[in-house]
Design a protein around this ligand. Structure first.
Ligand SMILES: O=C(O)c1ccccc1N[C@@H]1O[C@H](COP(=O)(O)O)[C@@H](O)[C@H]1O
Length: 225
């Protein structure tokens, strides 16, 4: 179905920062809707476009292959597009809306909002109104993937409910806190990286399974209320 198919009561799941065939197989078995590839060389989770292409070839139909970029140059982007069949773009840097649209061409894209103590939610959603989704993350050093949650209470209630169909929640999620996040915000999807790792950049199959099970349990609880 893909990550951005909004279906209340069925929260979509993306696991980001996959680097090996075993990671892909474990994520697929766990029941994800999308897997993410980090094309940001400073990250411990970075992959080359060729590695990503090999990993994407293992994916069954219907699971999104997300390309995560941070202020990528034209050359970096061209190298990815040449070999890796990305189905959804994630812009996690300082990209202006025009740059996101230029890179994504007519493919879906989401823009990360890096949320600190104060964040202008309305300004962000207006500025990036052409995005297919808003990915909410904590403001951390190194742009993202820090395993740090932000204060969900700081999201204005009206903004959260109006934008729920295109909110992808991330930032420090794990099997223990994702249920509360879903109950509070009812996002279209959740996105995790650090919370399913045994050490930085090393995915753990059991933690991936537990994360997806926690999402399904939260959905079941919401539906029964
Ligand atoms: O994972 C990374 O290394 C990364 C690097 C630069 C930008 C974003 C990155 N990851 C994304 O960050 C969020 C939150 O991740 P976490 O669960 O808190 O570790 C998520 O969207 C990742 O895709």
């Amino acid at each position: 179905m893909g990550l951005l198919t909004y279906s209340p009561g069925r929260t979509r799941v993306k696991i980001c920062g996959l680097r090996t065939a075993a990671d892909i197989d474990a994520a697929v078995t766990a029941g994800v809707d999308a897997v993410g590839f980090v094309f940001y060389p400073p990250s411990a989770r970075a992959v080359t476009p060729h590695i990503a292409a090999q990993l994407i070839a293992r994916l069954p139909a219907g699971i999104d292959a997300v390309g995560l970029l941070v202020n990528a140059s034209d050359e970096e982007y061209a190298a990815i597009r040449a070999v890796a069949p990305i189905t959804l773009w994630q812009f996690h840097g300082d990209e202006a809306p025009e740059r996101c649209a230029q890179i994504a061409q007519n493919e879906p894209w989401m823009k990360a909002a890096r949320i600190g103590k104060q964040f202008a939610f309305d300004d962000f959603s207006l500025q990036y109104r052409d995005a297919d989704a808003f990915l909410l993350d904590a403001l951390v050093e190194g742009y993202g993937g820090g395993g740090v949650p932000f204060d969900w209470q700081g999201i204005p209630q009206t903004w959260a409910s109006e934008n729920a169909p295109r909110v992808v929640l991330s930032g420090g999620l794990n099997a223990h806190n994702v249920g509360e996040a879903i109950a509070r915000l009812h996002p279209c999807a959740v996105d995790v990286s650090s919370g399913v790792e045994s050490s930085k950049g090393v995915k753990d199959a059991a933690l991936m399974t537990q994360f997806v099970q926690a999402v399904r349990a939260a959905d079941a609880k919401t539906s029964s209320q």
